[in-house]
Design a protein around this ligand. Structure first.
Ligand SMILES: *Cc1c(COP(=O)(O)O)cnc(C)c1O
Length: 397
């Protein structure tokens, strides 16, 4: 096999370029469960990088539910949802999700990313426009592009800018439908979208509303998410969530009115053309949602741990940005120092990933900490000691 010379040159040059600028991400395989402490390359590290907010990924009740369903239904669902891959537990999961989100109905997908590929282009097309927060998640951006609608970016959480652009789009008469789309919680900074203001603007200019609450579900609104947190459950058209973060398994969903969900079941392409989520994953998700609907213990523990870590880092003198959720960035600045800081934390026993351009704007590189309900105070104290040592060593604090 010789292969394409053009491709070979393209890859060599671009990989080299990323590496020389400190932008090449190296993947470290985790040897065992992704819990509050992980093993990498034979070493034990305090894990501050997972999205496993509530520790549910390794919870015995989810593991048991997964095993039982796997024994009963098999390892795979066997087909796409619209042929005969819809098992009774897929339907049960969707009913639970609607209850959990306080909506008429819900539809589940294979991932949150997939969900944005599915839902946006099922209703928006080239005759439409989408107002999109400039810091929206990559899957929202790709989902918008796929729809071929005109994408109008507004400045991050800037309501004057959103209002002006909504007014201009509406008054231009160029578009049949206009949507406003936002993350519920912004994953790199941990700030919450200004949903009450967004809804007011949406109602004034007749916008379709779409909130992707991947980082808010299981965290805010007693678990139901950012929309519930603001008491807006009956006013948001699309409530997107993921089953891969706080819920601890894998999958994504849209919760909304019955007509919307019925439409998505016949028009969203990943639902029609990609195999249904495995029975084990579905059963584990149902178990997780049951747990959240019956107790706020894990959510309270998550917030307590988040506040503890934030206070600790702030007292040490780190710049932790403006987070309003357990997401705790530690902003370093330039890309190379950020990578170095993360590497030194790793060597000292803390796994906190560097997040740099293009995931965040250039010059705002950060180490992002994701405390979970499963961390103990001892683990957090140990992490803070390591932060202090490395921060002083590098002259950051
Ligand atoms: C993480 C994330 C997703 C992707 O969810 P997965 O279930 O991991 O595919 C989608 N949207 C937002 C806003 C996210 O933060």
């Amino acid at each position: 096999m010789v292969g394409s010379k053009v491709l070979e040159t393209y890859l060599k040059e671009n990989l080299q370029d990323l590496k020389s600028r400190g932008l090449y991400n190296v993947i470290d395989p985790v040897e065992g469960p992704n819990g509050p402490v992980i093993n990498i390359a034979g070493r034990e590290l305090i894990n501050l990088s997972s999205n496993n907010y509530l520790g549910l990924a390794t919870h015995p009740r989810l593991i048991d539910a997964c095993i039982e369903a796997t024994k009963k239904y098999g390892a795979g669902a066997g087909a796409v949802r619209t042929i005969n891959g819809t098992l009774d537990i897929h339907v049960k999961l969707e009913e639970k999700l609607a209850q959990f989100k306080h909506t008429e109905a819900a539809i589940a997908y294979q991932s949150g990313f997939n969900c944005n590929m599915a839902a946006i282009s099922a209703v928006m097309d080239k005759n439409d426009a989408i107002l999109s927060d400039e810091l929206n998640h990559a899957s929202i951006i790709d989902g918008c592009r796929l729809s071929k609608a005109k994408i109008i970016r507004y400045n991050h959480s800037d309501m004057d800018d959103l209002r002006a652009k909504a007014k201009e789009a509406k008054e231009s008469g160029l578009y049949k439908k206009i949507m406003v789309i936002t993350d519920g919680v912004f994953s790199m900074d941990g700030d919450i979208a200004k949903l009450p203001d967004i809804l007011e603007i949406a109602e004034e200019f007749d916008l379709i509303t779409y909130v992707d609450d991947a980082h808010g579900s299981g965290v805010l609104g007693n678990g139901a998410g950012t929309v519930k947190h603001f008491g807006l459950s009956d006013r948001v058209d699309f409530q997107i969530g993921t089953l891969s973060k706080a819920i601890g398994v894998v999958g994504g969903y849209v919760a909304g009115k019955k007509d919307l969900i019925d439409w998505l079941k016949v028009r969203s392409r990943p639902f029609l053309f990609s195999t249904a989520v495995t029975p084990g994953a579905v059963a584990a998700c149902i178990e997780a949602i049951d747990m959240l609907m019956n107790s706020s213990e894990l959510i309270n523990q998550l917030w307590e741990n988040g506040n503890y870590l934030k206070k600790g880092l702030k007292n040490l003198g780190f710049d932790i940005g403006e987070s309003e959720t357990p997401i705790t960035p530690c902003i370093i600045g330039d890309e190379v120092s950020t990578q170095e800081f993360s590497k030194k934390l790793y060597e000292a026993g803390v796994y906190a990933k560097a997040i740099v351009f293009p995931t965040v704007p250039r010059g705002t590189g950060r180490v992002r900490n994701m405390p979970t309900a499963a961390h103990t105070k001892e683990m957090l104290d140990k992490a803070l000691d390591i932060y202090e040592k490395v921060g002083k060593e590098m002259g950051i604090i």
